[in-house]
Design a protein around this ligand. Structure first.
Ligand SMILES: [Zn+2]
Length: 273
């Protein structure tokens, strides 16, 4: 058995990297104005390709970064509209009427697959600005990418029971709390960005395996480039992701790696009017 494994490793080591590499759908990439300065669009697109990303859900404060990267890599980038005009609005946007005007203006000018990632907790989800954002998402058929606690996710679904919510970082919740939410909400998906306990050392702990097996269609991976410097971590993160995915049966690993992302964003057709 050990000999067989060793031989298999040798075979894989001999394959060109591209053939052995699992494609990745990175559901959590930001490319804000400061990242554009540090890593210009052409270089950023190269990083996405070097990381072996099949697709990336990209958003940026101010939206210009998303549009520039989309122009550079339309085969990879799936654009998401962030309700932030500049860095630093993460704690104030939900009380800022100017955000509604920004979203409406952007939605008239460009096409998106999602709104977010936005930060929203508890009862704030029921304030007028987030309510309007949920309506806009419904009207334009957009996924809501929510960095939220379970309470805010519940409120988003009460506002629009048909909403599709991608729960950023799986709410930073424990597996059993994530499972409870997934059992309750059919239209809830989870990204695993900026967490490591589900795959440290290339091993998936039993409680996470159980969660992935119960909901094989609801998880996707992500890096979260929340600071410009993290752009240089994308390649290493993709490698780390492939290492723990290898601890799962191949069909399940493929779903988490890219199939679930492709399915959730199947409505995104690049280039269509
Ligand atoms: Zn983020």
């Amino acid at each position: 058995m050990r000999l067989a494994t060793t031989l298999l490793c040798l075979v894989f080591a001999a394959l060109p990297a591209a053939a052995a590499e699992l494609p990745i759908f990175d559901a959590h990439v930001h490319y804000s104005h400061d990242a554009v300065e540090l890593t210009p669009p052409r270089q950023a697109a190269e990083i996405l390709r070097r990381a072996g990303l099949k697709r990336a859900l990209v958003s940026s404060s101010g939206d210009a970064g998303t549009q520039q990267l989309l122009a550079e890599a339309p085969d990879i980038v799936i654009p998401s509209l962030r309700p932030y005009r500049t860095r630093g609005e993460l704690g104030s946007w939900m009380r800022d009427d100017g955000v509604v005007a920004f979203l409406e203006e952007r939605l008239q000018r460009a096409r998106y697959a999602a709104i977010g990632e936005f930060h929203l907790y508890g009862a704030d989800a029921d304030l007028p600005v987030p309510r309007r954002m949920v309506q806009l998402a419904k009207q334009h058929g957009l996924v809501l990418h929510a960095h939220s606690d379970a309470d805010a996710v519940e409120r988003l679904f009460s506002q629009d029971p048909q909403a599709r919510v991608l729960w950023a970082h799986s709410g930073f919740e424990r597996p059993e709390a994530v499972a409870a939410m997934l059992r309750k909400h059919r239209n809830l998906w989870c990204d695993l960005a900026f967490r490591s306990e589900h795959g440290g050392g290339g091993k998936v702990p039993a409680e996470w395996k159980a969660l992935f097996n119960e909901f094989p269609d609801r998880f996707m991976v992500g890096t979260d480039t929340f600071t410009p410097e993290r752009w240089h971590y994308l390649v290493e993160h993709a490698r780390w992701t492939r290492a723990w995915l290898a601890d799962l049966p191949a069909p399940l690993a493929e779903r988490l790696a890219w199939r679930n992302g492709e399915a959730l964003f199947a409505h995104w057709k690049p280039g269509a009017p």
